[in-house]
Design a protein around this ligand. Sequence first.
Ligand code: HAM
Length: 424
Amino acid sequence: MTLTTRPRGTNDIGPGQIELWHKLEEKIRQVTSAYGYQELRTPIFEHTELFQRGIGEATDIVEKEMYTFLDKGKRSLTLRPEGTAPVVRAFVEGKLGAGSLPVKLYYYGPMFRYERPQAGRYRQFTQFGFEVFGSQDPLLDVEAIMLPLELYKSCGLSGFEVQINTIGCPACRPSYRQELVEYFEPQVDKLCASCRDRLHRNPMRLLDCKVESCQEVLSGAPQITRHLCEECSEHFAQVVDYLDALGVDYKLNHRLVRGFDYYTKTVFEVTSSELGAQNAIGAGGRYDGLVEELGGKPTPAVGFAVGVERLLLALQGQDKLKAEAAGPHAYLIHFGGSTKRRAAEVAYFLRSQGLWAELDYLDRSIKAQMKAANRLSSKYAMIFGEEELGRNRVILRNMRDGHEQEMDLQELEQLAKIIGECGQ
Ligand code: HAM
């Protein structure tokens, strides 16, 4: 039934789950501020051309996975499949590079790809990503690896692996591509349909094909190393040096190439042993040509994006980042009529003090209200009995130890203080 079923590959995130999201979002704010990043919010949709030019016409994302539509003015728009191209667009359009460099920006929000949904792969998913503009320093490539590692660790995640590679630059890639084509052509019959299709258009993408029958051919494929120009080679050596000096565990993976045309030099991916086929919990790389490609001044840049749903799946698999269900500070129990009005007044006062106050809206019995307070794990119950109200007093019951005391309703501030001190 389409009315009551969400679209394939999407998720509802409600009570029981959303607390974990909030916790993770708090960690993201902490780690980004420690690394000096500022948030940038870009539109959910952009001109289609931005992604065609930015990500590359011959990539899977642009060829098969974009949610593209014409608006009523016949403009072609696309729900963003990733955050890097939009951030670069905003950087150029807003002249964000006019001040001091580097410029460090982060983003958080939904991305859309028409992929075949499975565990950890959705059509709407969330990325936390960050991009730094204005420096070729290999230390920034390393920082783009360190920041997500800091996030993963601060959430308590273990069992992840960093893989890095360099894919060179437009100067060193053509001869490597040529060598790859020459290597693959005589064995084309052993390759899957998608590899055969890509062989001449984008031979480097063959390297990360996961199809079992291609693996034998792929394992013997030549590596880029001897094609690297001096600059790329030196850059990568420095990245590796810094990683070693900082004690970061990583694995060199010569077959890591990534599915975007914008990358130059370093690329990286972090995988989690907790997940199945979709085990990448984040990935990124350097893209020194993209700002210029999209109409800005030549500006080197590097960035990374974390898949939030996958990170949460991995954390749940390890029983980490648990969020305790918070309960109200006070549940206000009343007997209807004037006691309900007085309870409502007090509830509004407590809420104005930032305290979570609940009361009964279903005219339930006192017993049922007490049960509701327990079910919600309320810290206190306040019982608005007629006799006590006649003396302008209320019974305050500590739900943890059952201790009860009468409180003067004239001293609401004092009451709020006691209730507030219990924490949540
Ligand atoms: P990406 O590898 O396409 O890179 O995506 C980054 C992460 O987003 C993945 O490692 C994965 O965790 C998550 N992800 C991707 N697709 C899905 C999906 N369909 N369902 C659930 N999670 C998914 C980028 O998007 C680049 N813009 C990263 C970057 C930033 N490079 C430089 N700066």
